[in-house]
Design a protein around this ligand. Structure first.
Ligand SMILES: Cc1ncc(COP(=O)(O)O)c(C=O)c1O
Length: 403
């Protein structure tokens, strides 16, 4: 006999699900049933891992190598190779020991937050923003302070917003930034980044910089590595986006000296080590051919952005902040909501999926306050997918009652 009353579920585990994963599952279900669905909701590049990475993985498997556990913070060779990437890409010297290889950048966030924060510590994040920051932090007992970052500040934190947050809530322990950001694609320009980093160092606030979309930049946009300014920052990055290796589950963090031993101990306890096959194959992500392939994929993203952005107005969408990086546009859908008679972006996206066979992500995933009137479009899809989706959307909008 069940005794439900005695069986506990933790309060900390009550975090909102990541709605985009449900939409992706729905897209897969419909495709399996034979429907043609155009997806502009996936946050993953179309092309997959670079050739050298795939070839190295195949050779490793064929060689019969044991692929056992590695050191908790990753193999010495991969840590050194990632460190060298910073010299090459930013002219920033990184010691191999400062690199912690992790299970995606997602694994790095859990480790970094556990090592740097205690329950009750206040952590500022941008709203709209990547929902996992808020949800992981909440599950770990941090007090999440959302900064309302509208298009006028490129959806990015500013010293003025941080000062206001401190005035309202009290001192902050950490600030999480992402540049380029998800869902907005906006970049914190170098001078503004330097200002934010100085604000953090002056106040002893730990800067956590999500640099997972570095390398995916459009036009003259330039991304800043937090270690160009603040060596007490935690830098988080990943093989998922620039190198198109989402499912390989490999990322890393750059750690200031005082966090290396704590993260080492936590990593060993939580996951033993990051995946050995992915670690070994990822060494080949840093060959010239791999950099060239990833850079060509980033150039295709720029072309896709240039295709999508001019067509937004015709769809009743307005993206006021410049989408300078990653592969997302975050658009105000107020005009389209009105025209479609939809009450919010969740209903709008549901109808667009049902009636136009196009999958978009409602802004509510990224912003629980204002996201009801925003949508995110991902243009990481192939050119065919993108063309099909835009045509289907335009046809659907054209069939709506006139404004
Ligand atoms: C801003 C941001 N950070 C982190 C992640 C997590 O990526 P991964 O764990 O694959 O490195 C994502 C995934 O979409 C993201 O958009």
């Amino acid at each position: 006999m069940r005794n439900d009353a005695a069986v506990k579920t933790s309060l900390r585990s009550v975090v909102p699900p990541f709605a985009v994963m449900d939409i992706l599952a729905e897209v897969e279900r419909r495709r399996a049933a034979g429907d043609r669905v155009w997806s502009l909701c996936a946050g993953e590049p179309d092309g997959g891992a670079p050739t050298d990475v795939r070839e190295r993985a195949a050779a490793l498997l064929a060689s019969g190598e044991r692929l056992g556990y590695t050191a908790a913070l990753g193999t010495a060779e991969l840590r050194a190779t990632i460190a060298a990437h910073y010299e090459r890409s930013y002219g920033v010297h990184v010691d191999r020991e400062a690199v912690a290889v992790t299970t995606g950048s997602s694994g790095a966030f859990v480790l970094a937050f556990l090592a740097a924060l205690d329950p009750g510590d206040r952590v500022a994040i941008a709203r709209p923003g990547y929902p996992a920051y808020r949800n992981i932090l909440a599950a770990l007992g941090a007090d999440v302070i959302e900064l309302a970052c509208g298009p006028e500040v490129r959806h990015q934190p500013t010293p003025a917003l941080l000062d206001a947050a401190i005035a309202e809530h009290g001192p902050l322990t950490a600030l999480v930034v992402a540049s380029p950001a998800n869902p907005t694609g906006t970049v914190i320009e170098p001078a503004a980044f330097a200002e934010l980093a100085a604000w953090c160092t002056e106040r002893g606030v730990r800067l956590v910089s999500d640099e997972i979309y570095h390398g995916l930049l459009h036009g003259s946009a330039r991304a800043t590595c937090a270690w160009e300014h603040d060596r007490s920052a935690i830098v988080v990055s990943s093989f998922s986006k620039f190198w198109g290796m989402t499912g390989w589950r490999l990322g890393w963090a750059l750690l200031p000296p005082e966090l290396i031993a704590p993260v080492d101990a936590l990593a060993g306890n939580l996951a033993l080590c990051p995946p050995a096959l992915a670690q070994s194959a990822a060494l080949a992500a840093f060959t010239e051919r791999s950099y060239d392939e990833a850079t060509a994929a980033a150039a295709r993203c720029t072309e896709h952005r240039d295709l999508v952005v001019p067509r937004l107005a015709g769809l009743g969408l307005n993206a006021p902040a410049p989408a300078d990086g990653a592969f997302y546009v975050y658009a105000d859908a107020t005009a389209l909501l009105e025209r479609a008679g939809a009450s919010d972006s969740v209903e709008l996206c549901r109808r667009i999926l049902d009636e136009a066979n196009v999958a978009l992500t409602p802004g509510t995933d990224f912003d629980a306050v204002d996201g009801g009137s925003w949508v995110r479009l991902s243009y990481a899809a192939s050119r065919d997918e993108l063309d099909g989706a835009l045509s289907a959307l335009e046809a659907w909008v054209a069939a709506l009652p006139s404004p």
